[in-house]
Design a protein around this ligand. Structure first.
Ligand SMILES: *Cc1c(COP(=O)(O)O)cnc(C)c1O
Length: 357
């Protein structure tokens, strides 16, 4: 048993209105916290009221960005259970990101126990409308007050929770994507395969320009030849070509999504050929010209599946499946959300029940 001290919030907050949740605007009454110090290791796991915290202006994270995070979700099922989807996969990836950023690994059992205790305490915050969820954000950052470049000797880990509205409040509709040929997100040998704030900071300029041009997101090409497809926005990407599912292989610059893994495992289970390999943007356009490009979609925790209806690249525009959600995208979305909301039997052991309401 992991011993986690709990300090309750003196005055629990009023819950936000169910139809005004949006994404990441509201936070629950409590948070999980743990500290690290060289020589002492990770220590003092505890649950405290959600509140501001203090940092020295010299705290290393503010200067050199040594930080990582995760993003997963808890759901409320019709049977009145609170469930989390593949929590250990996310927490193990947290440690892989930690390795890349020279942050000391956490004990997954401790963080898992802390998360579950936090969810038990704040379970009234898990919204119950279809499509809504409680977003779980674990993060670690360097706190050493030192303005020299090195890896920090002190860190803080927090887990905060945020009730979020349905991603597809306006319907499960495809989006228009700009193939980015000017900016790049990451290169092999860099930190692209870690979930770290710097990758997001590096993606903002392209995103802002794409939005101005009327696109929802950018499709990233590789940073060396600007030829091979990598990711779409902050999601992994899949192409369905002549019945076969193709997704870029994890080459060191691509984030290994848990939803990506789920899609690959489901395709295998359903007898759909799925291949992880390099795929060039030329190949995507050629497949479309031959009438063989059936579907394109992004995969990520927030959206689960995000159908792509249009791709624009150097003045050419390609419309996929008549700009409609394809049957395979729909089937994946329905199946994964069915598992998450307890409507589909969990034969893979992906759903952890953490509390009863
Ligand atoms: C989190 C993330 C994804 C999606 O990963 P999931 O585990 O499926 O949510 C894809 N790309 C980037 C850059 C990410 O940060």
């Amino acid at each position: 048993m992991v011993d986690i001290a709990v300090t309750r919030a003196a005055t629990p907050k009023a819950l936000p209105e169910a139809d005004k949740l949006g994404f990441g605007q509201y936070f629950t009454d409590h948070m999980f916290e743990m500290g690290y110090q060289t020589g002492k290791g990770w220590h003092n796991p505890r649950i405290v009221p959600y509140d501001e915290f203090s940092l020295y202006p010299a705290a290393m994270v503010l200067h050199y960005g040594q930080a990582i995070f995760e993003g997963m979700k808890a759901f409320r099922t019709d049977a009145g259970e609170i469930t989390v989807f593949r929590p250990l996969d996310y927490l193990n990836r947290f440690n892989r990101s930690a390795d890349i950023l020279c942050i000391p690994n956490t004990d997954v059992d401790v963080v898992h126990a802390g998360l579950n205790k936090l969810l038990e305490i704040d379970k009234r915050w898990v919204p119950d409308k279809v499509g809504t969820a409680l977003y779980i954000r674990p993060f670690i950052f360097a706190t050493d007050p030192y303005v020299g470049v090195k890896s920090s000797d002190a860190y803080k880990l927090f887990i905060i929770l945020s009730p979020v509205g349905a991603y597809y409040a306006a319907g499960f509709n495809p989006v228009g994507i700009k193939v980015e040929d000017k900016y790049v997100r990451a290169v092999p040998g860099g930190i692209g395969e870690a979930k770290t704030p710097g990758n997001y900071a590096a993606s903002l300029r392209a995103q802002v320009e794409a939005k101005k041009e009327g696109y929802a997101q950018v499709l990233w090409l590789d940073g060396i030849e600007r030829k091979y497809v990598e990711e779409v926005g902050t999601m992994n990407i899949f192409f369905k070509i002549k019945g076969e599912l193709v997704t870029p292989a994890l080459n060191g610059s691509i984030l290994g999504g848990i939803t990506r893994r789920t899609v690959l495992e489901l395709a295998k289970d359903w007898g759909v050929k799925a291949t992880e390999r390099q795929i060039s943007i030329d190949e995507v356009f050629e497949a479309h010209a031959k009438g063989e490009l059936e579907e394109v979609f992004g995969s990520g925790t927030a959206a689960v599946i995000s159908p792509v209806g249009e791709l624009s690249w150097k003045g050419q525009k390609l419309v996929i499946n008549g700009n409609k959600t394809g049957p395979f995208s729909q089937k994946l979305f329905d199946y994964v959300t069915g598992l998450q909301y307890g409507k589909v039997a969990d034969k893979f052991g992906w759903v952890e029940k953490v509390a009863k309401v």
